[in-house]
Design a protein around this ligand. Sequence first.
Ligand code: NAD
Length: 290
Amino acid sequence: MEEKMNSPLILNGKELSKKLREKLKEEIKDFLSKGYRKPGLAVILVGNDPASLIYVKNKIKACKSIGIESFFFHLEENITTQELLDLIAELNNREDIDGILVQLPLPKSVNQKEIISAILPSKDVDGFHPENMGKLIAQIEDGFIPCTPLGIDLLMSHYGIEVKGKDVVIVGAGFIVGRPLSSLLLWRNATVTVCHIYTKDISKFTRSADILISATGIPHLIKEDMVSEGTVVIDVGISKVEGKIVGDVDFEKVKRKALAITPVPGGVGPMTVTALLMNTLKSYKKRNLL
Ligand code: NAD
């Protein structure tokens, strides 16, 4: 039996990131040649979660590759909320630091919401401070948009994927991806549906999507029969299965039906880091009146 084969557009976040980072590097080089200091990003990691450690190392490496100075604070698992608040207060006041990133999740013993709220909104390059989240909903452009939603927005716009007027279905309503992404896509005039663990039948929604974005962390949650022909599929999920990194989407099967699709790895992941670099440079320029 002949199987229908479709060759979708692969939304290559790794390649786009390379181009965007090259531009950022040039921009920074230009500022340095004019006598400005280096942009600075503080990265705080509490504990030794292996996945978090890899994410943090990637971010630090990316900073270095384009000329952003990173300041790494690797803290003990048993740190108190107060000790972390004291460190953030110190970093808020440092002239050489433009962005402060606290790698999430924090250990349960630390009050995560209190920590995020203590970061100066103007240095909150992750965009998780309530003020920046509020600005995203209120469509006020001078805030920081969280890195994964911003990275997805850049990726779609680079590949000419029109969002305006489209039916976008997001699976996953987390605070890091699903929720801020829904606000950003409303900003772009999409019709947005957000599904989550309590949604009765996610297939009912996924099948009607023009653009389907999955951000749950459940490996291969999105199967071929849940996707209609011609859908744009964005996979945010990162899970490890038998030592291999996989996304939320059953890529090999779903790609036969997709108009365009992101790979995992090499899709949304690198775009998230690139968006962090962009947010850090945005803060740097604002703080140096550039
Ligand atoms: P989260 O735990 O905050 O949210 C997960 C969401 O998925 C929740 O709303 C939950 O209700 C929903 N969900 C869980 N199981 C479901 C199911 N069976 N059906 C429907 N909905 C379901 O997670 P998060 O921080 O938003 O991250 C989600 C995934 O994205 C993780 O795999 C994470 O590693 C990944 N992630 C990737 C990047 C990247 O750069 N690619 C960035 C951030 C997060």
